[in-house]
Design a protein around this ligand. Structure first.
Ligand code: BGC
Length: 763
C-alpha cells in the first residue's frame, strides 16, 4: 500500500516533515528509480502557489522558530529553519559590488581568498548614464555575482534623494530627481532579481544626510514626501517588485524610519500593498515594542555587548529575539503580528534561496568587466570643453602631463559599507598609459598628498601612497610637468575617506580638499590647456572654472576606471552622460541650505530622546526646482552633459492640443546630429503647469530618451504623457490631483537648455 508516512532515506525533505509530527498535506511523487512514491510537503513543492507554500511552512514552525527567522544569527545572516530544511538568508552589501566575506560577528573581512568581485561604477555614475538599459545590465551583472556567492539579498540599491551636495553617501544614490531615479531603479531591481537574488532598496526613507544619522529627524510635509522623497521607493516596490526594503537610521515624525508606522505600515505595506520584507538598517533598532508594531520584519546588526556572553546569547538578546518571545508569551504582542513577519521572511526565502529554477550566477566574467566598462563610459559627463580641448589625440600629442593624486589612487576600498575587494582596479594613470602607450609621452606628477589610506576593514589595496616630499616640492614638480606639456590632465576631486564620499560622515564644505583649488589655478597659469577630471560622487565647488578649458565629472568607476576614462579622454568613446543633480556654484544655490535647515537643530522626540530636527523648509523645491524658482545660475544644470558632436533640436509638437484626463498626449521632436561623429544624446522632457492653484516647480522632468545618431542623422523622439505626469499631490485630500488647464511640454538637452516648447490643454 502506498503510504504518505513511509520514510525514504534518500528523501531528505521528508525527515523534517516527520519530525514536525503533523499530518503532511502534499503531492505523491515517485523519484526516478524508486519503487514507491513519497510525498513532497507543500512548502517544498514549487508547483504550488507561493502563498500556499508559505502557509504550509508557517504551520509547521514552532514559536521559537518563528522568532529565530526574524533576526540575525551573524553580521549578515539569519538562521532559517534547519529542522525543516529552510535555508539561512545571507545578505551582502551592495550596491556597487559584492562585499567580501566578513567574520561571523565582526565588520572585519574574514580573509577568504575566493571573494574578490567586479567593482561596478558608483550609483551616481549609473544614474548619469540616463540609460535604463545600463541599469538593467548593471542589475543583471551584480545579481549574477551575488548569486554565485550564494547570497539571497543584495543590500542596495540606494535611492535617497540628493538634498545637499554635502551628504557623505550621495555616491551610493541616484541623484536629485524623483523621476530619473524611479526610471533607473526599476531595471536595476529587475536585473538583480532575475537571478533569484533579492534587492533591498535603501534607506527608506528621508536618509538624506549621514551626519547625525541615528538622530536626524527630518521635518517634511506630506506633499514634499510624496512628490520628492517617495517616488523612487514606490517605483522599486510597485514596478520593480523589490523583494525587500531597508529602513533608514533616521527618524521621521518622532519614530525611527526602520519601524516607522507611517512609512512602513501606512505607506509601504498599506498604500503600496507591499508583500516583501522590511529589514532594519544594521543597528537601527532601539526598542522591541515600537519595532514590532511599526512594520519591521527582520532585525540585523544591533549592537551587542561585544559578544562577551557568547555568540548565541548576544543574538538571543536582540530586540526581535528573547524580548519579543517573552512578550508573545505574556500576551503583550499578538501571534498574528509575528506570523505576518514570518510570512514575509518565508516569501523572501522561496523567491531566492528556495527557488530551484534560479540561475547559478557567475563572478568576474568577461561580460561583467565589459558591463563595468560600458556603464563607466556612458556615465562620464563632459561638463565643459572650451576650444574642443578634448578628446586628446595621442598621435598628435607630444607630451601629456597627468597630475593629481586621484590619477593613482584606488577608490574601490573605503567609503563604508560599499567598500569592496575588487579583483583588480585600473587607475586612471594606468588606463591612460595602456591606451596611449608610447605614442605620447605621459609625465606624471602627484601635485599634493591628500589621503594615503589604502585599507578598509582589513582589505588592502597594496598601494604605497606615503610621500615624504614637502608640499612645495610636490607643487613645483607638478608645475614643471605642466609647463612642458601639450595638455594637462588634472585628476582630482574627493576620495572615500571620512568627511568626503563616505558613510557615517558628511562633507564639511563643497570645497575640494588638500589645496587642490590653488593648485589647479597655478597649473592653469603655466598651461591653459588644462582639463580637470573630477573624481567624486557629489558636486564640488569649482572656483577655477573660468581658468580651465575642460572639465569632466568622472565619478567612481570601479574595476575598469582607468580604461573607461581613457576611452572617453582619447575619444575612442564619445561621452554621453548627463548630470543626475544640479551642480551648484555654492551651497547658497541649494534649497536645503538656503531655505531649509542642514544639519538641523537639537530637538526632543516623542519619547524624550535628543534628536536633530531638520526642517525641510525648501519643500518640493529640491535641486533644479529650487534654482529654477529663484532664477539661479548653477555651474552646470541638472541634465547637462556635452558630447564630441553637436545636436540640433527641431520643433516639438503634440498629437493633440486638447486632451481629457484619460488621454495620452504624444510629444515628438526631431533631433539631428550636426557634428562629424556618431554620438548619443539624452533628450529630456519637462512639464510645466503655468497656472495652478498651488505653487508648482517651474518645470519637472517627466520623460527622457537616449538616442544614438550618426553624423547627419535625424531621429524623431517621442514621449507619452498621461495624467499621472501632470498631477501634484494634494496633502489635504491625500491624493494626486490633476488640475485642468494649460500645460507646457518643454524639450531640451538639460534643465538649463530647453530647445522647444509645445502647449496643450487638459479639460
Ligand atoms: C549601512 C547600510 C548597509 C549596512 C550593512 C549600514 O551601516 O547604512 O547601507 O547595507 O550597514 O553593511
Amino acid at each position: 500500500m502506498k503510504s504518505k508516512w513511509k520514510l525514504r532515506v534518500n528523501a531528505l525533505w521528508l525527515v523534517p516533515a516527520l519530525l514536525c509530527c503533523e499530518p503532511v498535506m502534499g503531492r505523491d511523487i515517485t523519484p526516478a528509480g524508486a519503487s514507491s512514491p513519497t510525498t513532497v510537503p507543500v512548502y517544498l513543492d514549487d508547483t504550488k502557489p507561493l502563498e500556499q507554500r508559505v502557509e504550509d511552512a508557517l504551520s509547521r514552525m514552532t514559536l521559537q522558530e518563528k522568532i529565530k527567522i526574524i533576526h540575525a544569527q551573524s553580521k549578515f545572516s539569519s538562521p532559517g529553519v534547519p529542522r525543516l530544511g529552510i535555508p539561512e538568508i545571507w545578505c551582502t552589501d551592495g550596491p556597487h559590488g559584492i562585499r567580501p566575506e566578513v567574520l561571523w560577528d565582526e565588520w572585519e573581512q574574514a580573509g577568504w581568498t575566493n571573494d574578490s568581485c567586479t567593482a561596478f561604477p558608483s550609483l551616481t555614475a549609473l544614474a548619469a548614464t540616463w540609460n535604463p538599459d545600463m541599469a538593467l545590465l548593471y542589475g543583471k551583472s551584480i545579481g549574477e555575482e551575488a548569486r554565485f556567492r550564494n547570497k539571497s539579498v543584495l543590500l542596495g540599491p540606494g535611492v535617497n534623494i540628493y538634498r545637499t551636495p554635502l551628504c557623505g553617501r550621495n555616491f551610493e544614490y541616484m541623484g536629485e530627481d524623483p523621476y530619473l531615479s524611479s526610471r533607473m531603479v526599476v531595471p536595476y531591481v529587475k536585473g538583480v532579481q532575475s537571478n533569484g537574488v533579492a534587492t533591498c532598496v535603501k534607506h527608506f526613507a528621508l536618509n538624506n544626510n549621514d551626519i547625525n544619522r541615528h538622530t536626524s529627524n527630518p521635518i517634511v510635509d506630506d506633499r514634499t514626501l510624496y512628490e520628492i522623497y517617495l517616488p523612487a521607493f514606490k517605483a522599486a516596490a510597485t514596478e520593480g517588485n523589490s523583494w525587500s526594503f531597508m529602513g533608514g537610521y533616521n527618524l521621521f515624525r518622532g519614530e525611527h524610519a526602520s519601524y516607522n508606522p507611517i512609512l512602513m505600515n501606512q505607506i509601504l505595506k498599506g498604500e503600496w500593498n507591499y508583500d516583501g520584507v522590511v529589514i532594519s538598517d544594521w543597528g537601527a533598532v532601539h526598542d522591541t515594542k515600537t519595532a514590532v508594531t511599526g512594520g519591521l520584519d527582520m532585525e540585523f546588526g544591533s549592537w551587542t555587548d561585544g559578544l562577551a556572553d557568547g555568540v548565541s546569547n548576544a543574538y538571543d538578546n536582540y530586540y526581535f529575539a528573547n524580548p519579543y518571545l517573552k512578550g508573545i508569551r505574556n500576551g503583550t504582542y499578538s501571534q498574528q503580528e509575528l506570523d505576518d513577519k514570518g510570512r514575509r521572511v518565508l516569501r523572501l526565502t522561496f523567491r531566492t534561496s528556495m527557488n530551484r529554477n534560479r540561475p547559478y550566477g557567475s563572478m568576474g566574467s568577461d561580460e561583467h568587466i565589459e558591463a563595468c566598462r560600458r556603464i563607466g563610459q556612458e556615465g562620464v559627463v563632459l561638463l565643459q570643453n572650451k576650444d574642443n580641448i578634448l578628446p586628446v589625440d595621442p598621435s598628435r600629442t607630444r607630451r601629456i602631463a597627468v597630475i593629481g593624486e586621484n590619477a593613482i589612487k584606488m577608490m574601490t576600498v573605503g567609503g563604508g559599507s560599499s567598500s569592496l575587494k575588487a579583483r583588480y582596479e585600473i587607475t586612471p594613470l594606468e588606463g591612460l598609459r595602456k591606451r596611449v602607450g608610447d605614442a605620447a609621452g605621459i609625465v606624471y606628477a602627484r601635485g599634493y598628498v591628500g589621503d594615503t589610506t589604502t585599507s578598509y576593514n582589513g582589505v588592502v589595496t597594496g598601494q604605497k601612497l606615503a610621500d615624504r616630499r614637502s608640499a612645495q616640492e610636490l607643487r613645483d614638480e607638478a608645475l614643471e610637468a605642466a609647463r612642458n606639456a601639450d595638455v594637462v590632465l588634472f585628476f582630482g576631486g574627493l576620495n572615500k575617506s571620512d568627511y568626503q564620499d563616505a558613510e557615517g560622515t558628511d562633507r564639511k564644505s563643497m570645497d575640494l580638499p588638500y589645496g587642490q583649488n590653488e593648485l589647479i589655478s597655478a597649473l592653469a597659469k603655466v598651461n591653459p590647456n588644462i582639463v580637470v577630471i573630477n573624481i567624486s560622487g557629489t558636486g564640488v565647488a569649482m572656483p577655477w572654472l573660468g581658468e580651465v578649458k575642460g572639465v569632466l565629472q568622472a565619478w567612481y568607476l570601479g574595476t575598469e576606471t582607468g580604461r573607461a576614462l581613457a576611452d572617453v579622454l582619447t575619444g575612442d568613446v564619445n561621452p554621453s552622460g548627463k548630470l543626475p543633480y544640479t551642480y551648484y556654484a555654492s551651497l547658497d544655490q541649494c534649497g536645503a541650505h538656503k531655505m531649509g535647515e542642514y544639519p538641523g537643530h537639537p530637538g526632543i522626540d516623542a519619547l524624550g530622546n535628543e534628536v536633530m530636527d531638520i526642517p525641510y523648509n525648501e519643500g518640493i523645491f529640491v535641486g533644479y526646482r529650487f534654482t529654477d524658482k529663484n532664477r539661479l545660475k548653477p555651474n552646470f544644470p541638472f541634465g547637462h552633459g556635452l558630447s564630441y558632436t553637436t545636436f540640433k533640436y527641431g520643433k516639438a509638437s503634440a498629437d493633440r492640443t486638447t486632451a481629457s484626463a484619460d488621454d495620452t498626449v504624444t510629444i515628438t521632436i526631431p533631433v539631428t546630429n550636426t557634428g562629424a561623429r556618431e554620438g548619443k544624446e539624452v533628450v529630456q522632457l519637462y512639464v510645466s503647469d503655468p497656472k495652478s492653484s498651488v505653487p508648482r516647480p517651474v518645470k519637472e522632468l517627466k520623460g527622457f530618451k537616449k538616442v544614438s545618431l550618426k553624423p547627419g542623422e535625424t531621429k524623431t523622439v517621442a514621449f507619452e504623457l498621461t495624467a499621472d505626469e501632470l498631477k501634484y499631490f494634494d496633502a489635504d485630500r491625500h491624493e494626486w490631483v490633476l488640475e485642468p488647464g494649460e500645460f507646457d511640454a518643454l524639450v531640451g538637452a538639460s534643465a538649463g537648455d530647453i530647445r522647444s516648447k509645445v502647449r496643450f490643454t487638459v479639460k
